[in-house]
Write a protein that binds this ligand. Structure first.
Ligand code: G3P
Length: 217
């Protein structure tokens, strides 16, 4: 399973990348706004900077909802760097845009996916990645991990090549459950990635080993 970081914060991207286990970055308009990035030039520059920091797929999300404007936006994003993946919302014009990008050699990430039916449409349109929002599904009283299982089953039975990119990850156990369910990618906040490191018995064991090491130093 690939690990992406879900942020536009450059310090967090660098910290995750320094671990040596980072495979890519996802962003969205909310994450970009959180970093105070304003204006299309600043947005384009920010994506360029991320591409220079991380050698992996970088999702850049369109902010239009009609086919023609999505194509224009996506073409500009794709021209920034070969690793850019154009992120397109799961709406009717989005499906048309996904198909257009697929036919024109531009890789895509279909975002805001909350059902198996939407995941089938994304795959049919040739999306490179499909992004089910696990945390937001859990928030609404449904089971986000169950959706990952369902999409995995459908894609495997049907032979769809679209990669399942589990998004809206909230805590380390989501990552473990997504790995069990057969997600191809998990895009996570830095806190969830670092949370995987933690176990009290590791801390207790290491403290004991370091104490004992003093006896033969
Ligand atoms: O990037 C999309 C997704 O990961 C958003 O997560 O935490 O806002 O539901 P969240």
């Amino acid at each position: 399973m690939k690990f992406f970081i879900d942020t536009a914060n450059l310090d967090q991207i660098k910290e995750a990348n320094d671990l040596g286990i980072l495979d890519g970055v996802t962003t969205n308009p909310s994450l970009m706004a959180k970093e105070g990035i304003k204006g299309i030039d600043a947005v384009m520059q920010h994506y360029k900077t991320i591409c220079e920091l991380v050698d992996g797929d970088i999702s850049a999300e369109v902010v239009s909802t009609d086919f023609a404007t999505m194509i224009e936006e996506g073409k500009k994003f794709a021209a920034i760097h070969k690793n850019i993946v154009v992120k397109v919302p799961m709406i009717k014009d989005g499906i048309k845009a996904l198909k257009w990008f697929t036919d024109n050699g531009i890789r895509t990430n279909c975002t805001l996916v909350f059902s198996a039916g939407q995941a089938i449409l994304a795959a049919k349109a040739g999306a490179t990645y499909v992004s089910p929002f696990i945390g937001r599904i859990d928030d609404s009283g449904w089971d986000g991990i169950e959706l990952i299982h369902q999409i995995r089953q459908i894609y495997s039975v049907q032979g769809f090549n679209t990669e399942i990119l589990a998004a809206s990850i909230r805590y380390p156990n989501h990552i473990i459950k997504c790995a069990e369910a057969g997600a191809d990618v998990c895009t996570c906040p830095l806190s969830s990635i670092l949370g995987l490191l933690k176990h009290p018995l590791t801390d207790i064991g290491l403290a004991q080993f370091l104490e004992d090491a003093k006896k033969f130093a």
